[in-house]
Design a protein around this ligand. Structure first.
Ligand SMILES: [Zn+2]
Length: 247
């Protein structure tokens, strides 16, 4: 293939734009914020089971406390009914009065036991609630950090996308000025060779793969016509001759 040496030189400008676009795409894929968000998602996820456990325990304990309160209320009501009847003088039978006194004493003990039980449950409620509060606070912190990371990611995406759009436009305009066959060859090599289709020969070295040219390759380059499009046998890329080629 042949191409005007100035056109060949401009391949290096095209390569610079393509490399810049590849760097932007790489930066977009590897933003630290992406890893940070994954890390925070993991932390939130890791808290999920513990939060569910604490919430379940809390709701069980709250039900238990309600049961105690209902029972205490029943005992208290029955006791005050008995006490009122005894105080009213409606019960004259000594045996019956004695039975009632006995019942009141039993109810008083029962109430005290129930109140002790309720107190114990309330202490457990307090402990589980504190644990749940702590878990929720941690989760809230992680979610806030994640949101901040997401915002930074979106800002970075916006910057990268702006720059990519500008470079893509510039690249399209520049590409349109190349002969179709040379552009097609360059694009084909670039796609196959990790994004690099052409490189300058610099101080006897291929700019595409950074390998020094062998003496016989240098001789071939020197012997080639200025319009010949040269390719490095080692890497297949287009080699562009410049003033710094050192041949
Ligand atoms: Zn090479």
């Amino acid at each position: 293939m042949k191409a005007d040496p100035f056109v060949q030189l401009r391949l290096l400008d095209l390569q610079a734009l393509d490399s810049g676009l590849a760097r932007l795409a790489h930066r977009r894929r590897t933003l630290p914020e992406l890893a940070e968000m994954v890390r925070l998602d993991g932390l939130v996820e890791g808290l999920r089971d513990a939060v569910v456990r604490a919430e379940t325990a809390l709701s069980d304990l709250t039900r238990e406390q309600d049961r105690f309160e209902r029972e205490i209320e029943q005992v208290r009501a029955r006791k005050s009914r008995d006490e009122e009847r005894m105080a009213s003088g409606a019960v004259n039978n000594p045996k019956q009065l004695q039975d009632m006194e006995h019942e009141v004493a039993t109810l008083t003990r029962r109430q005290s036991d129930l109140e002790d039980g309720e107190l114990e449950v309330m202490e457990r409620v307090e402990a589980v609630q504190a644990e749940l509060d702590e878990l929720v606070a941690r989760r809230t912190g992680y979610l806030a950090e994640r949101e901040a990371a997401e915002q930074r990611r979106d800002d970075a995406f916006a910057d990268i996308d702006d720059e990519s759009a500008r470079s893509t436009h510039e690249r399209a305009e520049m590409a349109a000025t190349f002969p179709a066959d040379l552009l097609a060859l360059y694009d084909k090599i670039r796609a196959a060779e990790g994004g690099v289709g052409a490189g300058a020969i610099e101080r006897g070295r291929c700019g595409g793969c950074r390998l020094d040219l062998m003496n016989n390759e240098k001789s071939e380059v020197r012997a080639a016509g200025v319009e010949d499009v040269l390719r490095h046998e080692e890497c297949g890329r287009i080699m562009v001759r410049t003033a710094e080629s050192g041949l």
